[in-house]
Write a new protein. Structure first.
Lengths: 556, 246
């Protein structure tokens, strides 16, 4: 495909879209599909056909609109202005009413106000097309300036210039560790190997996190474009997307997108008439959390048992098949096209001094508005929870916010005015992580929360290194005895020793960070641990009486 | 990317380092453990065995390196010029004790009835580190014994998942009969696709796995308590032969 051909597709698509006076967008990402949004779309299609409105009204399946707790979500309005009106909790039976209202006042019964902070406080870069374009049509992505950045990179920029642009943007890895993306690209580009690989890590496994899934389901071409640009920058011709098999819809849409891009000549040999060739294969994860760790992921792609290896050597020098390998997360790749389109300097203006740009969060737990949000770095936790999240439902009282999944920590009320960025969260004893954010209110017991995450780490430990394999088991045993009110002060001291052991002796990030939920709750909620051990009471009323002691600590 | 035309001047590949305050030199590609072993400095380890590939899994060989805030596994960390290594600090000893205790607590290690009593690397390690008891409860899992092989037995109760058997079978014998299944504390070594060892179509019956096993998990039939001594003399010889062949 040449730049002219691309522009032609974009023009044709825009013309075609102008034809429609009215558009009804229905969310067909996993959140809404799970509450029957497909039947809403089918009902709309049928009704439009019955009314003979096919020439000026279109029902379109689009990606995630963000407010997942209120699904199925539908937005309507003149095609040119995007959403003017949003509806929540729509059922198939509401189709006719929504179509009737297109020319008149909106259906107030289903109204979902969009002037609330949840929508207003967001800044969408990664999610700019989510809820707007049809994820299964490449033309729609191209009409929204898709693949422009790739063509520009291939025809006007040298690989070095691409890397410089990414460096300038200050983008850091969105998978959790926050390693500077430009630096990683430059390392891989300078590494020597007969072949180089680009891998997209879509093995999102933190409990309560669904950022990558939503991006893949709502805008898969954006990830492909990011990978293509990365491949050009580092000199790779082979790419893999490692997606967990638990995401069937994301996998389906990725495969459709790859096929479309191949047909259009945007993937394959001699892309856009240049000498650059790149192909992408999808690899499915078989349900192991540890495969999100890059060395374990590489082993899994190679068809081996997914266990991590000691680093160095780092994958940037010695990765897949022993060759230099670039591994970035879905969200990192999704940021690349806008950075090249609008420039690294534009991106660097957003966010804080050391954490540039925006971050997508999956807001979940005891909060009014749960769903997917994208906010500039540096926003405070208070704004996240009380403005965007809308506060705690049912008059509950805020207790903590958990970030970073099983590797992260629980941040108490005192930290609410701290900014959300890599350094601040690390300073507070948590991590940015991939973007899961779980709000906890007074009805939860923090020991129980710590036990939940330890249970997760214990069952996800690969079993290669001793501290993680047996240490997580022993920590879980102690936490269980605390919640059973059978623990002694000595147990607590031992728990602290285990925290230290795992952090400093485990082989990979899973074991090293497994104590984090315990460490952070011990720091901020020591009184709760004390109440369980000394007074045999659970302040939140969650933990029960001593259960059958014979199975205390038994693996469930 | 055209390779640079400049001819690289050969630089010295021999490096010098300090281990516990003493000066040593290391050849190209040598790890901290290689140098320590050469110079009779003891670094505890369980998964590592000279002649097999290194995996850095047991975490007993962690050492402190000046300037690094992380503990590094000496079996897989290459020597770098000027490294200052500490192998025996209070902190390291504390961690090592705890790791060995974890290994004891994981399965059912009862020395007094074990075929390897008195010849067991785990037992020796505990004694060397001054472990008198295990500070946390045993797990006591229910695991099986496979005695289906004509000459050998695997008793999973005594396995510490060092995977030496897996590596020796794959790397030295070339049969790859052994592998791992399951994860976390449920991981276990298996023969073929978790079939009885006796029915394995790939096992050559060479017995290398038995002799590299650090505990009494793998033993020869007919051995009673404390009678199973492991013979490892074949390993350096075979490794050398292989290196010369390559």
């Amino acid at each position: 495909m040449t730049p002219d051909e691309l522009n032609e597709i974009a023009e044709t698509e825009r013309e075609a879209q102008k034809r429609f006076k009215h558009r009804v967008n229905v969310c067909v990402a996993a959140g809404c599909v799970s509450c029957q949004s497909q039947s809403v779309k089918d009902a709309l299609d049928k009704d439009i056909a019955r009314r003979g409105w096919g020439d000026h009204c279109q029902a379109k399946g689009v990606g995630c609109m963000g407010l997942c707790s209120e699904g199925p979500l539908v937005s309507t309005g003149p095609a040119s202005t995007g959403h003017a009106q949003m509806y929540k909790g729509v059922a198939a039976a509401d189709a006719a009413e929504i179509l009737d209202s297109l020319e008149g006042p909106p259906v107030s019964r289903l109204d979902c106000p969009t002037d609330i902070p949840f929508f207003q406080r967001q800044k969408k870069i990664v999610l700019e097309n989510c809820g707007v374009i049809d994820p299964e049509r490449m033309e729609d992505y191209i009409a929204a300036d898709g693949y422009q950045a790739l063509i520009r990179a291939l025809t006007e920029m040298s690989p070095r210039e691409v890397i410089d642009e990414v460096m300038k943007s200050g983008l850091r890895g969105r998978g959790g560790a926050g390693y500077p993306t430009g630096l990683k690209w430059s390392t891989v580009s300078k590494s020597f190997g007969v072949q180089k690989f680009v891998i997209c890590n879509a093995d999102e496994g933190d409990p309560g996190a669904f950022m990558d899934r939503s991006v893949l389901e709502s805008d898969p071409h954006r990830v492909l474009e990011g990978m293509l640009i990365a491949a050009y920058a580092v000199g790779s011709s082979d790419g893999y997307i490692y997606v967990r098999a638990e995401y069937p819809l994301a996998i389906k849409r990725l495969r459709i997108a790859i096929r479309q891009a191949e047909r259009a000549g945007l993937l394959g040999a001699d892309i856009c008439g240049t000498r650059f060739s790149f192909k992408i294969d999808v690899r499915l994860g078989a349900g192991a959390f540890v495969c999100g760790e890059e060395t374990a992921l590489i082993a899994s792609v190679e068809g081996k048992r997914g266990t991590p290896k000691a680093r160095p050597p780092y994958p940037a020098m010695h990765g897949l098949q022993g060759q230099p390998t670039l591994i970035n997360n879905v969200e990192t790749f999704a940021n690349i096209a806008p950075i090249l389109r609008k420039g690294g300097e534009w991106y660097a203006q957003i966010g804080t001094e050391k954490s540039k740009g925006t971050k997508v969060f999956a807001l979940a737990g005891r909060v009014q508005n749960t769903g997917l949000v994208e906010v500039p770095m540096g926003i405070t936790l208070r704004e996240m929870v009380f403005e965007i999240g809308g506060g705690i439902p049912d008059g509950g009282k805020f207790k903590a916010v958990q970030t970073g999944g099983p590797s992260g920590g629980c941040l108490p009320t005192e930290t609410l005015d701290q900014p959300v960025d890599y350094e601040s969260l690390a300073r507070l004893g948590s991590i940015m992580g991939s973007g899961g954010m779980i709000v906890i209110d007074e009805s939860s017991c923090m020991v129980d929360v710590a036990k939940y995450f330890m249970d997760f780490c214990m069952s996800e430990s690969c079993g290669k290194c001793t501290p993680c394999r047996v240490g997580t088991y022993q920590m879980h045993r102690i936490l269980t005895s605390i919640t059973n009110m059978t623990a002694t002060p000595q147990d607590l001291a031992m728990l602290e020793q285990f925290c230290d052991l795992l952090k400093h002796t485990s082989l990979c990030g899973l074991g090293q960070s497994a104590p984090n939920p315990v460490v952070s709750t011990l720091k901020s909620f020591a009184a709760e641990y004390k109440a369980h051990i000394e007074n045999h009471t659970c302040p939140a009323g969650v933990c029960g009486k001593p259960a059958d002691s014979s199975d205390a600590g038994a693996r469930t | 990317m055209s390779p640079s035309a400049a001819v690289k001047t050969p630089t010295s590949t021999v490096k010098t380092l300090k281990i516990d305050g003493r000066d040593f030199s290391a050849g190209p590609g040598e790890t901290i453990l290689d140098v320590a072993r050469e110079n009779k400095i003891f670094i505890p380890r369980m998964c590592e065995l000279d002649g097999l590939s290194t995996i850095g899994a047991c975490r007993l060989c962690l050492v402190e390196v000046k300037g690094s805030n992380k503990l590094l596994p000496s079996c897989v960390t290459n020597v770098e010029e000027g490294m200052e290594v500490t192998t025996n600090s209070e902190r390291l000893i504390g961690y090592r004790k705890m790791i060995v205790e974890l290994l004891f607590s994981e399965r059912n290690h009862v020395c007094s009835v074990c075929v390897s009593n008195g010849h067991c690397e785990l037992q020796n390690m505990a004694q060397k580190l001054g472990i008198t008891h295990v500070r946390f409860p045993y797990r006591y899992p229910k695991v099986e014994v496979d005695a289906s092989h004509d000459r050998f037995v695997i008793d999973h109760n005594r396995c510490i998942l060092c995977t030496r058997c897996v590596r020796v079978c794959d790397e030295i014998e070339g049969a790859h009969t052994w592998d791992l299944m399951g994860r976390g504390v449920d991981a276990k070594v298996i023969t073929d696709l978790n079939q009885p060892w006796g029915s394995s179509g790939t096992c050559t019956g060479c017995g290398k796995c038995v002799h590299v096993c650090p505990t009494g998990a793998l033993f020869e039939k007919g051995r009673s308590v404390a009678e199973m001594e492991k013979r490892r003399s074949f390993l350096p010889y075979l490794t050398l032969m292989r290196e010369e062949h390559e």
